[in-house]
Each structure stands twice: as C-alpha cells, then as structure tokens.
Ligand binder design. Structure first.
Ligand code: HEM
Ligand code: HEM
Length: 194
C-alpha cells in the first residue's frame, strides 16, 4: 500500500517591499531626524528630562551646534527631495490585503504630510538664517548674521517650531499605523521598509 502523500506546510509569502534605494533613504532620514531633534534641543538648552542627558553627551560650546544643525537640516532637505523624486519614477509595492480602503487613505495622507513637513521644517530654518536679519554667535569669536532682513524672525521661528511639532505628531501617526499592522494584523508590514 502506498502512503498518502503528506502536504508540505506552505511557507507564508513575504510581503513585497520598497526597493533598496527607497529603504536606504528612508532609514537615513530617520537617523538624521533623530540627530537633528537632539541637536536642536541642545542648541536651545532643552530643559527638564533632556538637559542632563544632553550635557553628558555633548560637553561643548552650545553655540557651535548651529553649523551642525544647519548641515544636518540641509541634508534632510536634500534627502527628501531625492526621495520624493525617486518615488515618482519607481513602482511602489502592492498593499497587503490587510490594508483596508480607510487604511490606504490614512497612510497616503500621513506620507504626504510627512513629505510636506520634511520640506517646510528645514526651509523655515534656512529662511531664518538667511532672511531674518537675526544674528547668532558661532563659538567664541565668530558670528552669523542673516544676509537679508526680509521676514520677521518671530514669524519664522514660529513656523520652524510649529512644523517641527507637527512633524513629530505625523511621525507618531505613521509609526503607530505601521506597528498596528505589524503586531495586531500580523501582516509583517515593517518588512516593506527593511
Ligand atoms: C527637518 C529639519 C529640522 C528640524 C527637525 C529642526 C529642529 C529644530 C529644533 C528642535 C530646534 C530647537 C527649538 C527651536 O526652534 O527653538 C531648532 C532650532 C533652530 N533651527 Fe532647526 N530644524 C531643522 C532644520 C533646520 C535648518 C535646515 C536650519 C537652517 C539652515 C535650521 C535652523 C535653526 C535655527 C537658527 C534654530 C534656532 C532658533 C532660535 O534662535 O530660537 N533648522 N530646529
Ligand atoms: C523619522 C521618522 C520617519 C519618517 C519621516 C518616515 C517617513 C516615511 C515615508 C515618507 C514613507 C513613504 C515611503 C517612501 O516614500 O519612502 C514611509 C514608509 C514606511 N515607513 Fe516610515 N518614516 C519614519 C519612521 C518609521 C519607523 C520608525 C518605521 C518602523 C517602525 C517606519 C516604517 C515604514 C514602513 C513599513 C513604510 C512602508 C509603508 C508604505 O509602503 O507606504 N517608518 N516612511
């Protein structure tokens, strides 16, 4: 008698993911943003929980942080422009069936908002150091004076701070959506970006 053929357990197919360039650009942006918020907080002498932590990590002249902040911020802007352009030319991976129509609308809206805020935040910072007529000390002897005095500096600081906060809120919504899919719907959603 022949044994009944036993079916090999089917391996769950892995969900499709973004291409390697999109993935590298995504995680570079995440790292740069993390550094940027910490440098920004250190620059304005963050109070409370962050202060002792920042002091331990950075035992230098706070005025020297501005050039670092400008370089990281401009890199975030450049990364965002390249990412957005790249996204227009590649085919995006299909959504897993666990993403509902409402879920699709939510993730598309949050990603659009992320792109917009990743342009507005650094641009408002750039406008501040170029168009506000303000000056900043850079280290002991140097000073940076905004070459033009076209826009009120309070307005620009207001936009810079409001957009940083909105960016953090949108990142929280984005990560919340990803984690809900990963751990509640168990559709291995994070793999789309790793
Ligand atoms: C996504 C990019 C950026 C993020 C998340 C960010 C975040 C921050 C944070 C958290 C602060 C401290 C809070 C405050 O505004 O007082 C700050 C301050 C500042 N940022 Fe940015 N920044 C970004 C890009 C830039 C860029 C590109 C520039 C300039 C080219 C810039 C210029 C400034 C300046 C001048 C301040 C000090 C404002 C003041 O005098 O109060 N930032 N930023
Ligand atoms: C600084 C924080 C973050 C920003 C600014 C950000 C931004 C973005 C953007 C703009 C996209 C759209 C895809 C693209 O055009 O490249 C995206 C997709 C994605 N992100 Fe993030 N992200 C952040 C943090 C995270 C974290 C912490 C995770 C993981 C827990 C994550 C997981 C994903 C996944 C899985 C996708 C794919 C979703 C899709 O296919 O549209 N992201 N992210």
């Amino acid at each position: 008698m022949t044994e009944p053929a036993t079916e090999a357990p089917k391996a769950r197919p892995l969900p499709p993911r973004h291409g390697v360039i999109a993935r590298v650009l995504h995680w570079l942006t995440v790292l740069a943003l993390l550094a940027q918020y910490l440098v920004g907080a250190a620059m304005v002498g963050a109070e409370g929980v962050l202060e002792p932590w920042i002091e331990e990590a950075y035992d230098g002249d706070e005025d020297l942080l501005l050039p670092v902040h400008v370089v990281i911020g401009c890199s975030i802007l450049a990364l965002t422009v390249v990412r957005f352009a790249w996204r227009q030319v590649v085919t995006l991976p299909a959504w897993p069936p666990t993403v509902t129509a409402g879920g699709k609308r939510f993730i598309v809206a949050t990603e659009r908002a992320l792109y917009a805020l990743l342009v507005i935040t650094p641009s408002s910072g750039l406008a501040l150091v170029l168009l506000s007529g303000e000056d900043w000390e850079v280290g002991d002897r140097a000073e940076w004076i905004a070459p033009l005095d076209l826009v009120d500096d309070d307005l620009l600081v207001g936009i810079h701070v409001a957009s940083q906060i909105l960016l953090l809120v949108t990142i929280a919504l984005h990560v919340g959506f990803v984690l809900k899919h990963q751990f509640v719907d168990r559709d291995r959603f994070i793999r789309r970006m790793v």
